[in-house]
Design a binder for this molecule. Sequence first.
Ligand code: NAP
Length: 398
Amino acid sequence: MTSRLSEIRLVLLGFGNVNQELCRIISTKSEQLRLCYGVNLNVVGVSDSRHALFNRKGFNLSSLVSTKQKEKTLESVASQQSVSKYTDTLEMMSKNWSNFELLVDSSPMNLQTGEPGLSCVRQALKRGKQVVLANKSPLVVAFDELTTTQDATKSCWIKYSATTCGGLPVINVITRDLMTNKNKPMCHLKKIEGIFNSTTNFILTQMFNHAKQSHKNTLAENNGPIHKQQHGSTFDRTLQEAIRRGIAEADPSNDIKGFDTCAKLYIILKSFGVRDIAFEKMKDQYTRGIDLVDDSLIQSALRQGKVIRLIAKAFPQPQSTQTHPPWNISVSPELVDEHSFLGRCEETDMCIQIETDLFDTISMKTNEWGVTPTAAAVLRDILSFVTDHTMQQQKAKL
Ligand SMILES: NC(=O)c1ccc[n+]([C@@H]2O[C@H](COP(=O)([O-])OP(=O)(O)OC[C@H]3O[C@@H](n4cnc5c(N)ncnc54)[C@H](OP(=O)(O)O)[C@@H]3O)[C@@H](O)[C@H]2O)c1
């Protein structure tokens, strides 16, 4: 941070949906940022799959976003005189350590290696930079290492509230309001349960809507048992619909197989200070996706007054042994009552229920459509650095 906190210079790793939307929010809220936080957020570095560009004066955000959206590349930005070009984000950062304060990682998720985010995040933290993540993978691969850097140096931090459930403040509630600081835990987790992936929730809800409609049509026509009414399974058709509407990514396998939900559950449990868990084991042994949910399962659920949701769940085993790990963990499609909290989490909703020894059960739910809440969560984390820093300065003056 600069001395009077008047300017924070940002490097953006990845320039897709999230970081473009972050730029749009920073640009439209610049006056409030100055008035309310006394801060000017200046984007000085940006990278995508083909370019890593640095502009010491800062980029014009509206023009940066519109160029990327119109031309699908940052080629014309790279040719501007004030812009320096590098082979990748790591090189860009290493040539500019004194020219920026904060890295935002919104690069693609890679649950195996954590790259390209992990190397950049590691280096940035080592150099005392603040880091804000929308990308889950660095935490999935190296949660302890990255969050311990934070504790050990006390001069750099990582914040990641945008990694779990978009704008829903799950991580903030856990780490701040539930008093779960891993070094001074006051509050103990009894159970966590939720729906953390909006793409799969949308698909499951649509499958139920189709099945209900088909059931009504069948009754109206008094035409015997329910049949498939169109080509292909309901699952495939609904998935294609989700991709067409921009709800699912072109390659939705991490969502469909439950891996994205598993990654979020892992980050949430680690934020609670849970130690004895390994992401790979959670993913390979305790995770099942929604790809096996077919029309017959949906109709059987309907007959029981239930719906199917992809539920992430964890609770401590009453008596853990070597064969039974201390945590009972699952990510799996489950039957839930249609009118329950989880059952009423529909379409692109996400939700969580957290049961602890001190706060009983806290339930939170969000309906998100589009990327704005995630980008706003990134901004929330950036601004919490500003607030933390202001408080430290005020304390130092006392
Ligand atoms: N979208 C959401 O609602 C949401 C919500 C929560 C979390 N997230 C997470 O946030 C991250 C970003 O999501 P998004 O929707 O913004 O993804 P996106 O639209 O696919 O954008 C990813 C960006 O990363 C760039 N990129 C790819 N390889 C790179 C590399 N080696 N170095 C630098 N940049 C590279 C891409 O470049 P090109 O432009 O050249 O392809 C693109 O600009 C992901 O990890 C995602 O899981 C997203």
